[in-house]
Design a protein around this ligand. Sequence first.
Ligand code: ARG
Length: 400
Amino acid sequence: MGRAKKVVLAYSGGVDTSVCIPYLMHEWGVEEVITLAADLGQGDELEPIRKKALDSGASVSLVADATATFIKDYAFPAIQANALYENRYPLSTALARPLIAKLLVEAAKEYGADAIAHGCTGKGNDQVRFDVAIAALNPELKILTPAREWGFSREQSIEYGEKYGIPAPVKKKSPYSIDRNLLGMAVEAGVLEDPYAEPPEDIYRMTKAIADTPDEPEYVEISFVKGLPVALNGQALDPVALVTQLNQMVGDRGIGRIDMIENRLVGIKSREIYETPALLVLIDAHRDLESLTLTADVTQYKRSMEETYSRLVYNGLWYSPLKAAIDAFIAQTQEQVTGTVRVKLFKGSATIVGRKSDNSLYSLDWATYGEEDVFDHKAAEGFIYIWGLPTRLWSAQKRG
Ligand code: ARG
């Protein structure tokens, strides 16, 4: 009697996930392995991956076309939340995990599987995100994690796979661990493990080196409706087309690289290089439009919610009661966030140079220093008298 009868395995086509197939069957007595590969716009060819799973022993090999859902239901809400983990990382990898978990749980239901498996190791954030999201969506499902238990080195993985007809990879493996989807790239390991070593230029795929960018700036107008990006330069675009085009425009100007030391949930620090061109600019533009359309108290209160939201997403709590409550708060605030932001793209920086909205709370009559000024300057005196009263009393007391 094995650990489970029928398993849906999260599949990428790499050596480790391929080896999971015979391992689950031969070591853990699983009778049937169904694989699921998710297309999130990572640009891989999926037909060879689909075939490889079958060649590695899967009974069914599923490929889910999930890019549109990924951008619309996972990335865009995170833009409304201006989500940046530790103030920098726009969660490009983290956002994909709850969606993949959902696809796995749905496939388990459809095929009558009693367990889900993934190839994450025991050191990362992704294992937490998968396990917790799967449990939130269906706590009855068992979760099998061969790579957390087998203790194989890479050579041992390859050797184990060869025993079951999985060919050793033809290309020499890159020294890096790379995760990619339409939102961005995350790269770690290799020389990057030295936090003082400058990342070699050849790791970048989505952004040009500043030296190779044009000498003239480019301007892009990003329009939002209720906090959701809907158009570039006045042209309405569906979410996937919008992110794809903006990635290109922004990446060509050398914008969107992040080199950071981050705190993983499992307690260790890691050095990660990200490229998330469109996502960073969209968050920046969105946050700017909020400053024009939301009142001061809503804007300031929302900032603390955003910090919590980012931490929840990073830490695998996408499907959680606190996240759902914050979602409701954010949805309410976004009613006002409609308008256009003008961004100048030039030599590695995206600078916001203008914003406009029919819901703008900026009023020229009140803000101006010119003749049109309607502000009653004398009213300030009484206001400051009362506002400053606690400070006066405190100071008088201290001075005796
Ligand atoms: N550190 C990022 C996160 O936890 C990315 C993880 C995957 N990174 C990688 N290079 N494979 O969301």
